[in-house]
Design a protein around this ligand. Structure first.
Ligand SMILES: Nc1ncnc2c1ncn2[C@@H]1O[C@H](COP(=O)(O)OP(=O)(O)OP(=O)(O)O)[C@@H](O)[C@H]1O
Length: 308
């Protein structure tokens, strides 16, 4: 497979529940080998999109291609290499983790060795013989992932896989996703409403805002896009006083704390001029640096409701 090929590609994908539009003209592009973080606030339409990709909702407007196959016309070919975890996995609580997997493996006619393989992959070998009802939420999610991995799909589609997990469970899931991408060569499309969960694992990001793609690209591109929002942070004695002293053409200063002032970054010369002006006015400058917005700020900026 070409390294730059797209495993998921939608064109002008639009969808509504009844008369209510939910998704507008989405052009999603998930590159092979990526961990694509599909981000958006609650209700933005992430789950709806993922369901459409799996053919679980009535046919939408626009097209969905998976592995180059159009879903509406070649459903089996399109979905043949896709594993998914969309809601809480439906498990047989009275059966062990191993037997839960065995039921599905036999139904699908998969080789006997797959069960042990996927149990090892998701780190459940030691708990394989315990009934699923004794599993923690994190273990249930990992067992759900093991079920999705049984046929060894190339692409995993996961809807909020860390939802409801405790911090340990989140760390384990994050590590597992990275292992699946790096060591098993999987491409992973996962949704989340939390940038903090995505930023450590994702290589690519799509940001959905009220059913529209507000951004799509690599994580590095998202950060670059936000450089216009960098600010100069100045540590001084009396930030409120300094705010009044600074010439307005330096950009509106904001008081970040009693001794900390923020000014929208313009240039290196502006930074030098800021320091000079404060010192000339008799104010101490203990530190002055340019602060790039965090990915979290970038995400919040993209998902702020538009001001009418
Ligand atoms: N079966 C349905 N019938 C009618 N409206 C629905 C249905 N499912 C979802 N919606 C609506 O579609 C919109 C998008 O929902 P969706 O679940 O896709 O959002 P989301 O981004 O996944 O958010 P969340 O993280 O809260 O699940 C919401 O306004 C939701 O109320």
């Amino acid at each position: 497979m070409k390294t730059n090929s797209l495993l998921v590609e939608t064109r002008a994908l639009s969808f509504g529940f009844g008369p209510r539009p939910v998704l507008h003209q989405l052009d999603l592009q998930v590159p092979a080998g990526s961990i694509y973080g599909f981000l958006g606030p609650n209700g933005a339409g992430k789950s709806t999109t993922l369901r459409l990709l799996l053919g679980l909702l009535p046919a939408p407007a626009g097209t969905v291609h998976l592995f180059g196959h159009e879903l509406a016309r070649h459903r089996l070919a399109a979905l043949g290499q896709v594993g998914a975890l969309i809601e809480m996995p439906s498990l047989y609580d009275h059966l062990s983790g191993l037997d839960n997997l065995e039921v599905t493996r036999r139904l699908r006619g998969l080789p006997a060795g797959r069960t042990a393989d996927v149990l090892a992959t998701v780190g459940l070998t030691a708990d394989a013989h315990r009934p699923a009802r004794e599993y923690s939420l994190g273990m249930r999610q990992r067992l759900g992932l093991a079920l999705a991995l049984l046929p060894d799909p190339e692409l995993l589609i996961l809807d909020e896989p860390t939802n409801g997990l405790d911090p340990n469970g989140i760390i384990e899931m994050r590590a597992l996703l990275q292992t699946l991408q790096r060591e098993h060569g999987k491409t992973i499309l996962l949704s989340s409403h939390l940038i903090s969960e995505i930023e450590r694992v994702a290589t690519h990001v799509g940001v959905l805002q009220q059913g529209r793609l507000a951004f799509q690209g690599s994580v590095a591109e998202l950060q670059r896009r936000q450089q216009g929002h960098a600010q100069v942070v100045i540590d001084t004695d009396d930030a409120a006083r300094c705010q009044l002293l600074l010439p307005v053409d330096l950009g509106g200063a904001t008081v970040l704390g009693p001794g900390r002032l923020g000014v929208p970054y313009q240039s290196a010369e502006q930074m030098a001029y800021l320091a000079q002006q404060l010192v000339l006015a008799g104010q101490p400058v203990y530190a002055l640096h340019c602060q790039q917005p965090t990915l979290e700020q970038a995400f919040l900026h993209l998902t702020e409701p538009a001001v009418a």
